[in-house]
Design a protein around this ligand. Sequence first.
Ligand SMILES: C[S@@+](CC[C@H](N)C(=O)[O-])C[C@H]1O[C@@H](n2cnc3c(N)ncnc32)[C@H](O)[C@@H]1O
Length: 196
Amino acid sequence: MKLADYLKNESIKLDEATIQKLESFSELLHEWNQIHNLTGAKTIAKIYENIIDSLYPLTFIKIPKSLLDVGTGAGFPGLILGIALPQTEIVLAEPLKKRVSFLKYACIDLGLDNVKVEGKRVEQVKHEPFEMISSRAVTDTKFLLELTKHISDAHTSYLFYKGSRVFDEVEAVQHQLSYDIVQKNQRNYLYIKADQ
Ligand SMILES: C[S@@+](CC[C@H](N)C(=O)[O-])C[C@H]1O[C@@H](n2cnc3c(N)ncnc32)[C@H](O)[C@@H]1O
C-alpha cells in the first residue's frame, strides 16, 4: 500500500510535496537502519505505520508555532511532525550519537529548515518556553513534565504518545490537568492543553 493510501484512510490531509518528503524519509531510514540499527521498524510498511502514528494527532491538536520532541530516536514523532508542519519551529532532543547523526543527515537531505537537532538530553536544552512538547516511548508522564519544566510555561501544551498505562500515569500527576485522551487502536494520545 502507498503512503498516500495510509494517510487517506486516517483522513490526514497533506500536499503532494509533503507526502514525497515523507516517502524520501522512509527510504532513507530503511537504508540507514540496515547498517546502524536505529529502530525496530525494519520494513517500509512498518515505517509508514510509525509515520501515521506520528501524524494522527494533526487531526485534533491546535498547530503550535514551536514544538520540542523529547527523545526523537529515529524520527518519531518529532522529525515527521517537522516535515508535515514547515511553519512550526521544531527542536528534537536526542542524546544517542548514531540517532543524532541520522536525524541531522535527514534534516539536510530533506531540506528541513524548520527543524533543529539538539544532540543532548532534554534537561540540557536551553530555549524559551515551547508552545508544544511531544514525546513517544521515552518515560512516564509525571517525569516528562518534570524534565521539561525549564522549557515550558502556562501556555505550553503537551502531546504524549502512550499505551494502556496512560490512565494510571495521569492519576499520578499531582496537579489538576486539563486534558483529552484520544484512543486509536492500541495508542492513547494524551493531549494536555495549555491555559487559554
Ligand atoms: C525507546 S526510544 C523512542 C524513540 C522514538 N521517540 C520512538 O518512539 O520511536 C527512547 C529515546 O529517548 C531517548 N532519551 C532517553 N532519555 C532522554 C532524555 N532525558 N532526553 C532526551 N532523550 C532521551 C533515547 O536516547 C532514545 O532514543
